[in-house]
Ligand binder design. Sequence first.
Ligand code: ADP
Length: 347
Amino acid sequence: ILLNKIPMPLIQINSDRKVVRQNSAAIELLGEASLGRDLVITLRNPKVIKEVDRVIETKTNSEIEVKLGEDVPRNYLCYIICSESKENLNAILLVFTDITDLIKGEKIRSDFVANASHEIRTPLSVLLGCLETLSGPADSDKEARERFLKIASDETNRMISLVDDLLSLSEIEVNQHLIPTEETDIVLGIRRAINGLKSHFTLQKKEIKINLDVSNELPTIIADDAELELVWRNLILNAAKYGDGKVDISVKLEKEFLEGNKNITLVRVDVVDYGCGIEKIHLPRLTERFYRVDSDRSRKVGGTGLGLAIVKHVVTRHRGNLKIQSDVGKGSTFSVFLKTNISSETS
Ligand code: ADP
């Protein structure tokens, strides 16, 4: 009974490889073993069986990575532990630890480093090319010099945006598990983001019309002001980059039914553009770091591929939700849902 309380699958066998006992987690993973029968009937995995035989023969503990489960296989580290004294060798334990998330995390980390390095290397190579051209062929050609200086400055700005986004992302990740505590006026934050972007658009000589519509009297919410401003900034920037010059933002209260007869009131912020839209197959991956629908277009408009990853991280930290709806050729709506403190019983 105590063994059943251990969350890790656990099987005990004897030195003839016969199953002596198993806990509930092992039954859940491998099905019910017939006690007294060979382990191979329960665990049809030649790699593990071979390793078990080696442990029985050498009487030394071992561990081995194995994929188990039929529909959705998961990665396990299987510890094969035997008792040291010869008489007790009928006690051999197989303990399985699920390492799927660990492996996934490692892969995400190494992919991220590779992607980030590549993203930084590309503008650096262009910059180097510009410098070489400027000091060589374009040295005495004023027009060419101006052209290459402009490219060099654009690439430098791209690197600055990229590094800024990487820093924001890592800061948000550090705080990921801390629940925000500040009381915040959400509309004030949106207005600040819009004002901050005005000078950006002027600099880029872009004519963007932003329309803000606040329909209800809104309560303050508990949030991290600076992080939320990043959300609005990134969503509005995208709507401007991939839209047609017009961005509509609406803020309203929305009731959501939750379990336990409780209604919770959410603040819903929609950022709507009327641009190229996004095909459905891309939607689930859009918030992945460096995922872009059209890399060339993203680069041309100064995208880093990190904007929506930042948005998703901040919204997740606030226990909120991000919903993306899009019609190709018509435009997209990015909706952020954040919880307010208003809740009422509806029995
Ligand atoms: P980027 O810096 O490339 O814009 P994001 O993470 O902000 O990176 O967005 C990821 C990708 O999602 C973009 O490259 C673009 O293809 C797509 N995307 C984001 N917002 C919009 C939008 N409003 N309309 C169309 N496509 C969008």
